[in-house]
Design a binder for this molecule. Structure first.
Ligand SMILES: *Cc1c(COP(=O)(O)O)cnc(C)c1O
Length: 377
């Protein structure tokens, strides 16, 4: 079935006996057994819930996986993923990751006995040089947050296969609408469902998706044991959000391209990081491995005071964390998403006091540009 049809109708028809078009919210913690040793297929909502299951099947189909697990947040999904590893295991990760993921790896996973190397995963030779006996996985975010570095997923997957390593790709920024990491050789796709999949800045969610039955089995065991599952109501919000995923992604990208081009003409803007601009170093790989560029833009202005002036001067656009929703938001990575990354590392990655990150929404693009213009004056 086509992607757009899957978004609307799910992987299976919603065959609820009432004929309800909207998937019912099964707000039940537990389920009665038809007889001794028998089950309706549902026993307890930490293990499975019909509303969540509908969502999980839909997301698995969208990502071309065999199973998707819906978590209460993106971080809960990544935390569960890390339970696949044991003391002494080594993981190679993209150098420019979501700040919360860095915090998890550095402060929780290390404490649990895992070791990490952070490297620019767009440099395959650099990744290769770090592989050792203990290495178990390569963790990739592409494009990265907030510097928009693009990694060649196929090249990483080929390298990983040769060394029997798992490849996990955080696909939050492009979503399966634009990028399908499992078809490029990844084993696991990760999402903060809070962002584009939900799309309305009204709920938190996370996903792990895999195309391997053995990984699905292990992850399901971790899932039912650790318990950070998505609630029935939040599952319903995700089902509802995904119905308009394609339309939102298209409009957001269209707006983002216009804004990125406009920003490049502004005197007070020094650099624009948008993978849809032809001079972006990841442009060429992006056109090969994805069908679009998404709508995340980072840009560097001339001074810290210009950055603050924008954040305080915008009237339509909101100064807020998060991304991927219908509302255009600007964040100040230095003070927000990446505040916990040590200063020296943060600066070496280009996250300085002049860098702003914008998630472009679906408003009228002329209104967005006019808002930026008046804030810049
Ligand atoms: C937001 C985000 C996360 C964390 O997800 P939450 O839903 O906020 O827990 C992970 N990765 C990326 C790329 C994100 O943008």
């Amino acid at each position: 079935m086509d992607f757009n049809t899957l978004c609307i109708h799910g992987a299976e028809n919603n065959t609820h006996s009432t004929g309800a078009i909207s998937v019912p919210i099964y707000q039940s913690a537990t389920f009665a057994h038809p007889g001794v040793g028998q089950s309706s297929g549902y026993d307890y909502s930490r293990l499975q819930n019909p509303t969540r299951e509908y969502l999980e099947k839909c997301v698995a189909a969208l990502e071309r996986g065999v199973d998707a697990l819906a978590f209460s947040t993106g971080m809960a999904a990544i935390t569960a993923f890390m339970e696949l590893f044991s003391i002494g295991d080594h993981i190679i990760a993209s150098g420019d990751l979501y700040g919360g993921t860095v915090r998890l790896f550095e402060n929780i996973s290390r404490k649990n006995g895992l070791t990490f190397d952070f490297v620019d995963t767009s440099d395959i030779e650099g990744v290769k040089a770090l592989i050792r006996l203990e290495t178990k996985a390569i963790f990739v975010e592409t494009p990265t947050n907030p510097m928009m570095q693009v990694t060649d997923i196929k090249a990483v997957a080929e390298l990983a296969k040769a060394h029997n390593l798992l490849v996990a790709v955080d696909n939050t920024f492009l979503t399966p609408f634009y990028q399908l990491p499992l078809t490029l050789g990844a084993d696991i796709v990760i999402h903060s469902g809070t962002k584009y999949l939900s799309g309305h800045n009204d709920t938190l969610a996370g996903f792990l998706v895999t195309n391997r039955e053995d990984l699905s089995e292990k992850l399901r065991y971790i899932y039912k044991t650790t318990g950070a599952c998505l609630s029935p109501f939040d599952s319903w919000l995700l089902i509802r959000g995904i119905k308009t995923l394609s339309l939102r992604m298209e409009r957001q990208q269209e707006n983002a391209l216009k804004i990125a081009e406009w920003l490049t003409t502004q005197e007070k803007v020094r650099k624009v990081f948008y993978i849809g601009l032809k001079n972006h170093p990841g442009y060429e790989i992006s056109t090969r491995q994805a069908t679009g560029f998404g709508s995340m833009i980072s840009f560097e202005v001339d001074t810290e005071s210009t950055a603050k002036q924008i954040l305080e001067g915008i009237q339509v656009i909101l100064y807020a964390e998060s991304l991927g929703g219908v509302e255009t938001l600007i964040t100040y990575p230095m003070l927000q998403t990446h505040a916990d990354v040590p200063e020296e590392e943060r600066l070496s990655r280009g996250i300085n006091n002049c860098l702003l990150r914008m998630s472009v929404g679906i408003e009228n693009v002329d209104d967005l540009i006019a808002d930026l213009k008046q804030a810049l004056q």
